[in-house]
Design a protein around this ligand. Structure first.
Ligand SMILES: *Cc1c(COP(=O)(O)O)cnc(C)c1O
Ligand code: SF4
Length: 457
């Protein structure tokens, strides 16, 4: 086994604190909210019973600026706020909670409201579930773009803390973990073998880095042992660098995690850690800096991404500083997303025109090394659509768009135009500028019909 040269780091982290989660069950015991009024706490409980809420001691002690609460970006990112629910939904849950409900009543109301929040946007369920040649449907995977298949390991469907903009059903896994990992890992390897066009496997979730290193290694070894010639890259989508950096520095399994990264690299497979960072604050602690350094020492590349969010990061200067800081720490800025059409989009949403303005202002402030970032990009049903800007063509004001990823590879990098609309926040709000349909619409309809047939067969 190759020994890495252990250099002294300038960042010091003595040891991992033990992870303490804060959820609705223990929220009232949190010393930091001691001075909150009963009304404020009740508001958090109403919203937290519908949208996901979980924070932890690292987020609470090191990222949130409690002198700046409410209003602090990290607080808004992790703690529920009244306005995240529309008034009617808020009132529905509030009235249940005021009547001494049991768990079932809360759950029923929560699910009722959630169903009205578009829980499965962009046709993920119906359109992206792949199948093995023998007909087995792989519900733990999605395959939308030719080169990359998404993999959702069952035990990675939770996170160290939850982002308030992320809409997630409450999920529990009560199965035999290792056995399940073996089976899922086998199916994944078989699927990639059957599809030579796949070069990338993207582990996602939840957060796959919530898994114990030994469990993560079980999946990885299944893939490595399968010797898949077409597999070039394993990507790992994670927010652990911002929500629990100790995962890579000082947890009891951090060395095993890093060792697993090295093992992938030693097979000639590239590893990209897709680090989810929403705010500059997340890059400021010694722990995150050391975690980034440790991950990079294994030869793993870190690419960064985040959605643009009102009340959290809708500020061009902050984005510019965040990208610059990422480059300084050796990370590669990758995507700025437009927040999805789900959950609390009315609270976080930024219009496409404004999103582009923020993106452009930010990118003008950084050097070329940070201009690897693309966006603002919508992960919509036909593909990833980037807003390139606003232009005037023969006297008509238009929004210029471009497909960065397409359900059909031939759509990729095609520019197209929508009527100017400064209120539009998602692709569905836009109308074609010059035709009656966008170029992909007919074909997308065909693809949908075909997939539905396959799913039901
Ligand atoms: C973003 C995304 C990918 C990866 O796309 P890249 O542009 O290669 O990063 C793969 N699958 C889905 C469903 C995605 O949304
Ligand atoms: S870390 Fe990712 S999956 Fe987890 S809550 Fe945040 S956005 Fe959602």
């Amino acid at each position: 086994m190759a020994q890495t040269n252990q250099q002294e780091s300038v960042w010091t982290v003595d040891s991992s604190p033990s992870l303490q989660s804060v959820t609705l069950a223990n929220l009232r015991k949190l010393p930091q909210i001691e001075n909150f009024s009963e009304e404020q706490i009740f508001e958090m409980e109403v919203v937290g019973n519908v949208l996901p809420f979980k924070a932890n001691n690292y987020v609470i002690e090191q990222l949130i600026d409690w002198d700046n609460v409410p209003g602090d970006s990290m607080f808004n990112l992790t703690f529920p706020q009244k306005n995240m629910l529309k008034t009617e939904h808020y009132d529905m849950m509030a009235s249940v909670l005021k009547n001494d409900p049991d768990r079932k009543q809360i759950q029923e109301m929560a699910n009722k409201i959630r169903l009205e929040l578009n829980p499965h946007p962009a046709g993920q369920m119906e359109l992206n579930v792949p199948m093995l040649k023998d007909g087995t449907k792989l519900f733990g995977m999605q395959h939308k773009y030719k080169e990359t298949t998404l993999f959702f390991p069952s035990q990675g469907q939770t996170c160290h803390a939850y982002c308030s903009f992320c809409f997630r059903w409450p999920q529990f896994v009560g199965m035999d973990e290792m056995k399940f990992a073996m089976k899922e890992g086998d199916d994944l390897a078989q699927y990639v073998r059957e599809h030579p066009e796949i070069s990338d496997i993207l582990f996602t979730g939840g957060d796959p880095m919530i898994m114990k290193a030994s469990l993560f290694a079980t999946y990885i070894d299944k893939i490595l042992d399968a010797n898949l010639p077409n597999l070039k890259t394993i990507r790992i989508g994670t927010k652990a660098l911002s929500y629990w950096p100790y995962k890579f520095t000082s947890d009891s399994d951090s060395e095993e995690t890093l060792e697993t990264f090295r093992r992938i690299k030693s097979k000639g497979i590239h590893v990209a850690l897709m680090g989810h960072f929403n705010h500059l604050t997340e890059l400021k602690t010694d722990s995150v800096k050391l975690a980034i350094e440790k991950v990079r020492e294994t030869g793993v590349q870190i690419r960064t991404q985040s959605p643009l969010l009102t009340n959290i990061n809708d500020d061009a200067d902050m984005w510019a500083q965040m990208w610059q800081k990422q480059v300084e720490l050796g990370c590669i800025p990758y995507y700025m997303f437009v927040v999805r059409d789900t959950g609390a989009q009315h609270y976080f949403g930024v219009s496409l025109v404004k999103a582009h303005e923020i993106f452009q202002q930010a990118i003008q402030k950084v050097s070329g090394l940070a201009r690897t970032v693309r966006g603002p990009s919508m992960s919509a049903t036909p593909g990833k659509v980037q807003v390139d800007g606003v232009a005037e063509i023969n006297g008509t004001k238009v929004i210029v768009l471009r497909m960065l990823q397409g359900r059909n590879p031939e759509w990729v990098n095609r520019p197209f135009f929508a009527k100017y609309d400064e209120n539009a926040i998602w692709l569905d709000d836009l109308k074609p500028a010059f035709e009656d349909k966008f170029f992909f619409e007919d074909e997308l309809k065909q693809i949908k019909e075909q997939k539905m047939k396959n799913m039901n067969s």
